[in-house]
Design a binder for this molecule. Structure first.
Ligand SMILES: NC(=O)c1ccc[n+]([C@@H]2O[C@H](COP(=O)([O-])OP(=O)(O)OC[C@H]3O[C@@H](n4cnc5c(N)ncnc54)[C@H](O)[C@@H]3O)[C@@H](O)[C@H]2O)c1
Length: 373
């Protein structure tokens, strides 16, 4: 985080909407010594944000803000941005709504002065809402999409980029359409898919759910998200989400069709030629897709070897394991912890670079750890 006095952002910064995002921005800017003035139509939200240290209330004689950050729900954002542009003719106005076309379109029709407007979207967040969930370090190390429209001045874009870097984020320049298509693919459709898979569990036999492993937890982790928030995000980005969802439905239909013709257990004779190949191709396409997700530090995704270790579910045991891994001189590339159902042990999966597995296993067994196959 930017140390106090070292921020490029010049205050006062006016934060409009003091929920989790607005409060986190206020907290981060205050930590960097920037003057932050808060506004929210909910008095409770406003006073709570002040009380947690995200900024102060406006006072008579305040200088006009140089930057306004609108952190209100997406559906009210265009109106709020238009009002702030009009109220503060010397300020650059940005917003942090998760969709950009749905903000820019109505703003353009409203005739607002778009030279001073630059949309943005910090790719960080919380499944909780409200000021008490705010954190000054929320944006550190995260991408922050900056959407300068064709009308935005260079100075306006620079002020928003500076805001992102002051909060520890990495600015990424995109136009509104590319942003919306990107988040549809990497965030909004995965949310729908996770929710639909998790919804299948509602009527599942408890005995079946007892068999759940890390795979199910991985696929459904984001299904615990807030329905109201996601309804507003999906509704605002429907134009970009629908083509991806339709493509997904087409792929699903292909797999359903192929499996219907490939019920090997029922009658091997009737398995249609090509049906199993179609199923295999769908799984292989998933391999291709997952290999395109960037790996550590944005670099190419690499294949790791995994050493799985049984860790007693007791204080200090995971720390002891990591100390022993450290003593092997092998770097931990990734770490996952899974709890064994009905047993007081966890399974720690330690990912290491290819070729280093044997070295790590030798050191860990030497320290008395039990390895799983
Ligand atoms: N939460 C996330 O993970 C996340 C991540 C990135 C971007 N965003 C975006 O940030 C924005 C805020 O989301 P949040 O999670 O902080 O929500 P939140 O529910 O925590 O807070 C929203 C705040 O906006 C206020 N508000 C409502 N109407 C308003 C209006 N007309 N004018 C000003 N303020 C108003 C509410 O009183 C509330 O305090 C949204 O546009 C969301 O898309 C959220």
């Amino acid at each position: 985080m930017t140390p106090a006095g070292a921020a490029g952002t010049v205050g006062p910064v006016r934060v409009v909407g003091t929920g989790v995002l607005g409060t986190s921005i206020g907290l981060g800017l205050r930590a960097a010594g920037v003057d932050v003035v808060l506004h929210d139509p909910s008095r409770t939200s406003l006073l709570l944000a002040r009380d947690v240290g995200a900024g102060r209330l406006p006072q008579d004689g305040d200088p006009d803000p140089r930057l306004v950050v609108v952190a209100a729900p997406p559906d009210v954002t265009p109106d709020v941005v238009a009002g702030e542009l009009e109220a503060w003719p010397g300020a650059v106005v940005t917003d942090v709504a998760s969709v950009k076309g749905a903000v820019l379109g109505p703003l353009r029709s409203s005739g607002a002065d778009l030279t001073r407007y630059v949309g943005s979207h910090p790719m960080a967040g919380s499944e909780r809402s409200g000021p008490t969930a705010g954190r000054p370090d929320l944006f550190i190390g995260r991408p922050w999409v900056v959407v300068g429209g064709p009308e935005s001045t260079g100075d306006a874009v620079l002020r928003v980029r500076t805001l992102a870097t002051d909060l520890g984020a990495t600015p990424v320049m995109l136009d509104a359409g590319s942003h919306d298509a990107a988040v549809a693919l990497v965030s909004h459709v995965p949310q729908v898919a996770a929710s639909l898979v998790a919804a299948r569990l509602v009527e599942g036999d408890p005995a079946a759910l007892d068999l759940a492993g890390q795979g199910l937890r991985d696929v459904t982790r984001i299904a615990a998200s807030d329905p109201a928030l996601w309804t507003s995000i999906l509704g605002a980005n429907a134009g970009a989400v629908l083509p991806v969802l339709r493509a997904l439905r087409a792929d699903l239909d292909v797999v359903i069709e192929a499996l219907g013709a490939a019920d090997v257990a029922r009658d091997a004779e009737s398995v249609q030629e090509g049906a199993l190949g179609t199923v295999a191709a769908a799984i292989a396409a998933g391999n291709d897709g997952v290999s395109r997700i960037p790996g550590k530090h944005g670099g190419q995704r690499r294949a790791y070897d995994v050493v799985t270790v049984l860790v007693p579910d007791e204080p200090g045991e995971l720390a002891r394991l990591l100390a022993d891994v450290g003593s092997s001189g092998v770097n931990v590339e990734e770490l996952q912890l899974e709890h064994a159902p009905s047993q007081p042990v966890g399974l720690a999966s330690v990912s290491v670079l290819r070729g280093l597995r044997g070295q790590l296993e030798e050191v860990l067994t030497g320290h008395g750890w039990r390895l799983a196959g």
